[in-house]
Ligand binder design. Sequence first.
Ligand SMILES: [Zn+2]
Length: 482
Amino acid sequence: MSKPQGIIRPLGLALVLAAGAWAVYALVGCWGLVIWESLQRYARTFESLKVAADGRPLIQRIVYDSGQQSVTFRALDGSDVPGEDWLSSASLPVPVPKRLAFPMMGYSRVRVFADPQTPAIMWYFLHNGARDGRGYFVGYDSYSKLSVGFIGRGGWRPDEPPAGDWFPMDEVSFASGRHGYYYGQNDADRGEDGDSFPGWKDYMISGTDVLEVDLRRRSVTTVMESDGLISIGILETATKSKAAGEGSPHSKHRQRLAVRTTDRVVVFDAPGKQYAAYRLPDELRDKGFEFYEIGAGSALVAVGQGLPAYCLGESLFWIDSAGNILRRAEVALDQGVHYSKETEAWQAALGFPCPCVIAAVALVTPFMEVLNGAAPNYPTALLHSLAVFWPPLLVVTLLSAAMAWYCFRRHARYGQPHGAVWFMFVLLTGLPGLVGYLFHRRWPVLENCPHCGQSVPRDREICAHCREAFPLPALKGSEVFA
Ligand SMILES: [Zn+2]
């Protein structure tokens, strides 16, 4: 019996089955991968740049091997050196003037700070989420859960500040974290000894001001006023000092606040007095970097290479306060992950053996790169993406074309309509689509036609190949005629 049938319902059913087939495929694939990895001898290497208290850049190498961890250090010339204490750098990124796809997408509009007294006071910076936005602090006693008031641009107040008293902070700045400190990042034990920045002081860029918001005193002070404020961070300097009776000198660390503008990095000491200023060489002005102060009037700037998640090396620049580059060096870092975009494209092809998914990934990846600032515009990013994705896309498409052709031939053999639609379906959806096609319906039994001898479906009265009527089955005498 053959009746005309719609194509939408069977296609939808086949698509659902294809998704299910892919889920099973992915699950089995993940199990296989986990089992395979557990059978491997497991050794991984991570290298990162460290700057010793005396200003020498060193490479820290951590090797994890079957549960054991070893840490070694070497100088840039490759010689092994003992590990010692480190300087911490100020991370001074250039917030990408990225168009956030949707306002505040993926960002919380609340930032948490703590004043670690007993009981601790929790302060929340609330941003209104507007592109050209503003925000204010509200504090709560962590024991009584009662509000302790608000802090606006003009300082503490018992009630919610009116809009004019909020801190100006545009959305991009807020999203890229232009506060100096966050809760969790600060060190509650640090006191206010003039050498460090206590955790209850938040430094932030608000409009053309760098502000110190003292959450304990509940006051707001302007540290610096300038156009072109870009980012702020806390760094550490060290001076060798030898206390009486001590054998070897130890270094004393001091924290400083670094403020980056379009052309300078200005360093402040804890009480808020300007301590040093460095002109930025032109070639560093558009780059995000780690800033180390390694001595009076000299700084080390490290620019990461590669994608943010996989730093494959650092470019080092030694600069003086006048903005001269005194020395430069390239440091290759072994991150254990031998990552390449090509490998990732092949992994995507293995994980999603469907041409339409791979094509979508190839088209969406450059869009994401433009959004997160890794590429200047979509056409450029698209060219790179296509250069990386075409081999896996070609292989997956050829395999899918072979499966689509098989499906088309089979469909004709069963004498079913819409063969071209199913050809396109399997061509686009690949292996999962083939599974979906095969299982989306019952298939009639094939038998050889007594007239032409072809294998044809027996769900109808005439042969799909030679159009001759099938002979009626021989009567057995037990049939009931109504
Ligand atoms: Zn026939």
